[in-house]
Design a protein around this ligand. Sequence first.
Ligand SMILES: Cc1cc2nc3c(=O)[nH]c(=O)nc-3n(C[C@H](O)[C@H](O)[C@H](O)COP(=O)(O)OP(=O)(O)OC[C@H]3O[C@@H](n4cnc5c(N)ncnc54)[C@H](O)[C@@H]3O)c2cc1C
Length: 206
Amino acid sequence: MRVVRAHPLPAHWVDGKPISDVSVMGGVVDRYRRLATEDGPVVTGFVAIADAWACTNPSAGRGMTVGMLHAQRLRDVLRCFPDDPWNLAREFDEITERDLRPWYDAQVASDGLRFAAMEAARTGHRPTTPSDPLTRDIALLRKGMLASGDLFRLGLEYLATLATAQEIMNRPGVRARLQEAVAQLAKDPPPAMPAPSREQLLELAS
Ligand SMILES: Cc1cc2nc3c(=O)[nH]c(=O)nc-3n(C[C@H](O)[C@H](O)[C@H](O)COP(=O)(O)OP(=O)(O)OC[C@H]3O[C@@H](n4cnc5c(N)ncnc54)[C@H](O)[C@@H]3O)c2cc1C
């Protein structure tokens, strides 16, 4: 409660009367299941959708959307292959890899960025530049979206699960505009969110 109250923007969230004890959430994992190899399905007559297919930590708040997108894909494939279990499983795997997998990969990449930022804050170092291209792209999109209304809307397409980061970054000119914006922001940073320093946080939580 002390920590939340020390953040002016969400401080009022704890003005209400609690209706229960604090619920603890832990042990969240990034998990991905594929019921096929490059040679085709390993099982027919059985599919995994939504969280049973893949889940990540819930920080992005997109599990239900991804689950619904996945269910729609399954509906379409069932219509195409009502009496052909092997092709149903093959097609569903292919579509899942093409349309849904990018969301899973992007969240794993975002988690990597977040963990690196937390570790850097803990050890007092600057976060290292991510080595894989997807993580670098997501970092670029998230930073660059603060530069203008147009770039913000692009970032929102990703955050609201309308277009994958991979798709947005492949649009003509987007990467260059984001790179330019991030370079400009480095010279003229936006105002920081009002929040306690790490030292103050440690004091509040201890
Ligand atoms: C803390 C938290 C916050 C989240 N916040 C968001 C958010 O803000 N926005 C968002 O989009 N997503 C959010 N998610 C993710 C979202 O809840 C899940 O991605 C989504 O519910 C997955 O749907 P599902 O149908 O695959 O699985 P579930 O919703 O888990 O449904 C599976 C159902 O199967 C039942 N079941 C299990 N085993 C059996 C069995 N043997 N027999 C019969 N029934 C069984 C379970 O009881 C359950 O009802 C959050 C997740 C968590 C944990």
